[in-house]
Write a protein that binds this ligand. Structure first.
Ligand SMILES: [Zn+2]
Ligand SMILES: [Zn+2]
Length: 244
């Protein structure tokens, strides 16, 4: 996960280094400068990378200078030429993929394709971005909430418990077509997860909410500028305290 470095920017992830390596291998040993359109294009791609949305608001985050510098790091790893503040990830990616340009191309294409899909999802996430007790709650939180494995486990558990309903509004899966029932619900974290938060997600920390209440609780959290419990959210949104 994102770790802050001396410049206040998160370290390059493996995916990011692979994209840089793809450009590096394309360029041969003549490293393009920060004003090269290919460097600028990669900078734009990396700034749209979903892992670092908060960091990306800083002008220096993965700017063209940073990308050009990363290409020099990769040259350092691959040839020993020049000075380089080479990271472990740079070295590991080079060792793994440096001699397989086709594999790098393939992985880079997959990473780019994944980013395109994620950027569509991101459009309706902006309103979810929020503050909780001073910590920026990021897409780390939303990504974990979207984990299909966790959501399925939570749904299965609630069915077993006979509590397959929204924990805020108590909506039951009242649809004619039973195959649509699960689609009503989303998993919501009752504790905020922030950048770099490596704690393991426990089912006990998840609440099952209908998609509507899930949207409302996040909106309410933004409005209140603090994290809300399920009980608080229910009171705030619907005006009643408890139905169970
Ligand atoms: Zn609901
Ligand atoms: Zn949520």
């Amino acid at each position: 996960m994102a770790v802050t470095t001396g410049h206040g920017n998160p370290k390059w992830t493996r995916e990011e280094v692979i994209l840089a390596l793809d450009l590096y291998l394309e360029c041969g040993l003549s490293i393009p400068s920060a004003s090269d359109p290919r460097v600028k294009a990669l900078s734009e791609t990396l700034r749209a990378f979903p892992h670092h949305s908060a960091a990306a608001r800083k002008a220096s985050f993965r700017n063209a200078d940073g990308v050009a510098f990363k290409l020099q790091n990769l040259r350092q790893v691959s040839t020993g030429l020049g000075l380089g503040n080479v990271s472990k990830t740079d070295r590991a990616v080079w060792e793994e993929l440096g001699s397989s340009p086709n594999k790098v191309k393939e992985l880079a294409a997959l990473i780019r394709a994944g980013l395109d899909t994620l950027s569509e999802v991101r459009e309706d996430q902006a309103e979810y971005e929020t503050f909780a007790e001073g910590h920026v709650v990021t897409e780390t939180h939303l990504r974990r909430e979207r984990s299909p494995v966790l959501r399925t486990r939570l749904i299965d558990l609630r069915k077993k418990q006979g509590r397959f309903a929204c924990e805020i509004c108590a909506r039951k899966p009242n649809v004619l077509d039973n195959t649509l029932a699960d689609a009503i619900y989303e998993a919501h974290h009752v504790v905020p997860l922030a950048i770099g938060d490596e704690r393991v997600t426990k089912i006990a920390d998840m609440a099952l909410l209908c998609a509507c209440c899930h949207r409302l609780i996040h909106k309410a959290i933004v409005g209140q500028k603090r994290w809300l419990s399920i009980l608080e959210a229910r009171k705030l949104i619907y005006g009643y305290e408890c139905t169970d």
